[in-house]
Design a protein around this ligand. Structure first.
Ligand code: GDP
Ligand code: MG
Length: 600
């Protein structure tokens, strides 16, 4: 297809404002998906995406759309890239935007602009994309399209009349939107006669087809059966198949400048097709790579342990597989006294963690337990040595001079009546206010610097419940700052239980200690002797509970009695033994640790 007939765009929006639903209607309106094949969230291909109703991976699909020209109808090729909305996955949005010239900025007509609307809009503006403002869900009785059109217009600097109004549910306004995309989004500019350069923006492993690589061709063209070269490594592969997704992969005669599509080589390993790399022709290679992407850095760490120790190799294999198309996931082996062999894993955020955990359980059938999430701390000792700590149990011993923790720049959008309660919440989470803007008389944008550790747990839930669901949050990393942080250890009969060590602010140390000691006291079965459960900062005990010893007469119950009962008891004990972890002289069923980690 000639570049002037191409339009590459993506849909950006706050989560749940209707991207995937609108994408469905576009697939239908352009005839790419026949009515009988239609299913909701067509492009969300992973089970977990469909069930949770969220998009995790970006998807690219090509749709034909005819518009009337002076000499009759002209068929254009629209490439739509659906993107995830959650903050954890904003690097995916960035990657998608780099492959587009335009962005449909979708806003729920009942809710108006939300925090991720702004974050995504700024990303699109930074990428120099043409923005098409659209209000969605105008079928809703609660929709206020006029009011929100004004807000959007004043935000992006256009007329309120220019804001399109659609319903992804009924399909109303969708053909007009497609017309507007053709009219307003500029066609891609690239040099068709230059050596081929194509940007890899995603690559996935498909059981039947091997590695499928998604590319956007910038200059030149790629042809079927030619030999291609990966610019970063110089590796050369045969191009077995090349084509477009519409909505399933369709081989084509090649991809020209500006086109978006997929390619398949004989390669079996996704790592050979690195996201951000430039693909060129081996016969006439380009010399300059395209500007790549920055690998996302994990922000939150936690230990993952198989409940059944013999699953350790299976867990390793599963992580290897997930890592293939998830550059943000990191892991290395870790051993815990309480939980055995496992991995220390790094994630983009809590949702990412949850999704990895769920995929391990569902796709790989593994039973796993994860330890409390932790952020990355930089610890400086009095002797000037420094340590990077992602695991509280590895917090250095000795004289600490300072500890710094990552902080985020958070944007919170809220109806003005909740400003006070949002401030209270942020203050209780050690936030520092940076400023406040009124978007309109009733909507306020608040800026805070907050420790990441305070955000990753339940901040979002707390914000939602205090504002009856009306406030929204977006954040980006903003370096690190020193804080008064201490490590709290939990001791069982004087022995440290590594999985429960935590790095907390000094003001929160006592309540963490009280909570964990109580919890463990309730969960750990009585022993023959009295067992103290303590929380300590260094050698100083800050909380204590006691598990009282079993009474003699209770022990006596186990003797005598009828023989079958005794045998049963013995068998039960044997089974239990497998899972017992010895912390010093105390035998603890692993289940107790798991329950203590899992409870809220
Ligand atoms: P995404 O997170 O932006 O991809 O949002 P979804 O497309 O998954 O939509 C979120 C929710 O809004 C779903 O329950 C949709 O059924 C609903 N929804 C989407 N578009 C419309 C619309 O135009 N009207 C109505 N009434 N509901 C919609
Ligand atoms: Mg979606």
């Amino acid at each position: 297809t000639a570049p002037e007939l191409l339009r590459n765009f993506s849909i950006i929006a706050h989560i749940d404002h209707g991207k995937s639903t609108l994408a469905d209607r576009m697939l239908q309106a352009t005839g790419v998906v026949q009515p009988r094949d239609m299913r909701a969230q067509y492009l969300d291909r992973m089970d977990i995406e469909r069930e949770r109703g969220i998009t995790i991976k970006s998807q690219a699909v090509r749709m034909p759309w005819a518009v009337e020209g002076p000499d009759g109808a002209v068929v254009h090729a629209l490439n739509m890239i659906d993107t995830p909305g959650h903050v954890d996955f904003s690097y995916e949005v960035n990657r998608s935007l780099a492959a587009c010239e335009g962005a449909v900025l979708l806003v729920d007509a009942a809710q108006g602009i939300q925090a991720q609307t702004l974050a995504n809009l700024y990303m699109a503006i930074e990428g120099d994309l043409t923005i098409i403002p659209v209000l969605n869900k105008i079928d809703l009785p609660a929709a206020e399209p006029e009011r929100h059109a004004e807000e959007i217009a004043s935000l992006i600097g256009c007329e309120p009349e220019e804001v399109l109004k659609v319903s992804g549910k009924t399909g109303l306004g969708v053909p007009e939107l497609l017309d507007r995309i053709v009219e307003a989004v500029p066609p891609p500019v690239g040099d068709p006669s230059a050596p081929a350069r194509a940007m890899i923006f995603d690559s996935v492993y498909d059981t039947y087809r091997g590695v499928v690589t998604y590319v956007r061709v910038v200059d030149g063209a790629l042809k079927p059966r030619e030999r291609i070269e990966m610019l970063s490594t110089g590796a050369v592969h045969d191009l077995l198949e090349i084509g477009v997704i519409s909505p399933e992969p369709k081989p084509s005669g090649g991809l020209g400048a500006g086109e978006v599509g997929y390619l398949i080589t004989g390669v079996k390993d996704v790592r050979q097709s690195k996201v951000g790399d430039t693909v060129t022709s081996a016969a006439a290679p380009a010399t300059e790579p395209l500007a790549g992407y920055q690998d996302p850095k994990p922000m939150v760490f936690s230990g993952l342990f198989p409940v059944d120790g013999s699953d350790f190799p299976a867990l390793r294999d599963a992580l290897d597989r997930l890592k293939l198309n998830d550059a943000a996931l990191t892991y290395e082996p870790e051993t815990s006294v309480a939980l055995g062999f496992g991995f220390r894993c790094g994630y983009l955020g809590l949702l990412h963690l949850e999704i990895i955990r769920e995929r391990l359980e569902r796709e790989f059938n593994l039973d796993i337990i994860s330890t409390a999430p932790s952020v990355v701390y930089e610890v400086t000792m009095e002797d000037r040595s420094t340590h990077t700590v992602t695991n509280p149990s590895e917090f250095p011993e000795g004289k600490v001079s300072s500890v710094s923790e990552p902080v985020v720049r958070a944007t919170i959008l809220t109806p003005s009546e909740f400003v006070g309660t949002v401030m209270e919440l942020c203050q209780s989470r050690r936030g520092a206010m940076q400023g406040m803007d009124y978007l309109s008389e009733t909507r306020v944008e608040m800026h805070y610097i907050l420790p990441l550790a305070e955000i990753v747990f339940d901040f979002f839930d707390a914000l939602k419940s205090r504002t009856r669901g009306y406030a929204s949050l977006d954040y980006e990393m903003d370096g690190a700052q020193d804080a008064n942080l201490v490590k709290v250890d939990i001791l069982l009969n004087g022995e440290k239980v590594d999985a429960f060590s935590a790095i907390v602010h000094r003001d929160g140390a006592y309540s963490y200690g009280v909570m964990m000691t109580k919890r463990l006291k309730d969960l750990i079965p009585r022993q023959q002797f009295e067992v103290p459960v303590q929380a300590a900062i260094g050698t100083r005990v800050i909380a204590r509970e006691t598990i009282r010893a079993l009474r003699k007469d209770m022990l006596a119950k186990c003797y005598g009695g009828d023989i079958t009962r005794k045998r049963k008891l013995l068998e039960k004990q044997k089974e239990g033994k497998k899972r017992m972890k010895a912390i010093g002289r105390v035998d603890v069923p692993q289940e107790a640790f798991i329950a203590a980690l899992g409870a809220d």
